[in-house]
Write a protein that binds this ligand. Structure first.
Ligand code: ZN
Length: 343
């Protein structure tokens, strides 16, 4: 059982208006995107309940989830102002996952959320594919254009697919989810290797290199830490977002959130290719997937997963129906040729 406390925002305008939910078609996952400010649901002097239980907030969700439990800010029967469209607000239940800083806190938030969304699936007869992040609801056409909770999950090597998969495990009678030491498998082997550069560290922080793919493994004695900007070879990627790396002969593991990974260029196409400037075109309001390789079987480029209409890129190569592109002179990915025109 997840630990649920009712703490209704009775002074919030949405609560006072009191429009009722019409049905529960989707369960929405949000995160407030105010990193690095650490704010919990109801605990601490600065908390979300204080921030939202007053007039003029203009938004409300069914609750907040943090490392201490689940806090319902509104009854499930209320249509919360959470997703920017009338249909979405009247047909979805949604929570904000508090963006706490450490991996240990994230694990608790994740576990509390997985358990609670599994209960909601049971209660409303929904399958986990009806659990969507705010950004996915936007892609489906019933939400405002926000990217939460993807950036928060990415910091810990997680995706919405991982979340749905853990909810499914919970529903199948599995044990409580453990985001780090579950069944971690290799999901990608870089051939012959990719190059990684340490990035995303907070000032003064170092990146721990561990003896296995997860924060529970001890540090690698031969090379325990990396600093911002250090370069390594990347060998394999694991299902939990960790990667195996090679640091001048020492093999270790790091969370890929902290690596900017550039794949070694394939031998065909790029040699002698004349770089030109292109722009994303013909997309309308949808966005163009940027992938790690030339094909839809490759995953989205973590550092820059989508392009919008009119975004300019350098085209640095091609392979079949795909262009290799460089974004902001920094990130290399692949996009379908159909949506790139000369700028
Ligand atoms: Zn949101």
């Amino acid at each position: 059982m997840s630990n649920v406390t009712n703490s209704y925002c009775v002074r919030n305008d949405c609560y006072i208006e009191g429009t009722r939910l019409e049905g529960v078609k989707y369960l929405i996952v949000h995160s407030p995107s105010v990193y690095p400010a650490v704010i919990r649901a109801v605990n601490g002097s600065n908390n979300w309940f204080k921030r939202w239980n007053k007039p003029g907030v203009e938004k409300l969700v069914h609750g907040f989830i943090d490392d201490t439990g689940v806090y319902n800010f509104a009854p499930y029967s209320l249509a919360c102002w959470q997703i920017g469209t009338t249909w979405g607000n009247r047909n979805c239940i949604g929570y904000e996952l508090c963006e706490l800083d450490s991996a240990a806190e994230f694990q608790k938030v994740w576990k509390n959320a997985v358990n609670h969304y599994a209960e909601l699936c049971r209660t409303y007869g929904l399958t986990p594919d009806k659990i969507v992040g705010h950004y996915e609801a936007h892609e489906k056409g019933f939400a405002s254009d926000h990217d939460d909770p993807a950036p928060y999950f990415r910091r810990f090597g997680k995706t919405m697919d991982d979340f749905r998969s853990d909810v499914q495990k919970k529903l199948s009678g599995g044990e409580d989810s453990d985001p780090v030491s579950g069944d971690v498998t290799v999901v990608k082997t870089y051939e012959p290797w990719a190059h990684g550069q340490v990035t995303n560290l907070k000032a003064g922080d170092t990146l721990n290199v561990r003896t296995g793919p997860g924060a529970e493994y001890p540090k690698l004695a031969a090379w325990p830490e990396l600093a911002e900007g250090n370069e390594v070879d990347v060998l394999d990627k694991y299902s939990n977002g960790w990667v195996k790396i090679n640091i001048q002969g020492a093999k270790g593991y790091v969370n890929s959130y902290y690596l900017l990974i550039t794949e070694r260029q394939s031998s065909n196409g790029q040699n002698g290719y004349t770089v030109w400037v292109g722009k994303a075109s013909g997309l309308g309001s949808s966005r163009l997937n940027v992938r790690t390789g030339p094909g839809t079987s490759y995953g989205l480029l973590e550092a820059w997963p989508k392009l919008g209409e009119g975004n300019e890129v350098e085209v640095t190569g091609e392979n079949g129906g795909w262009y290799q592109i460089r974004i902001e002179n920094k990130y290399t990915g692949w996009v379908s040729k159909d949506y790139i025109k000369k700028a």
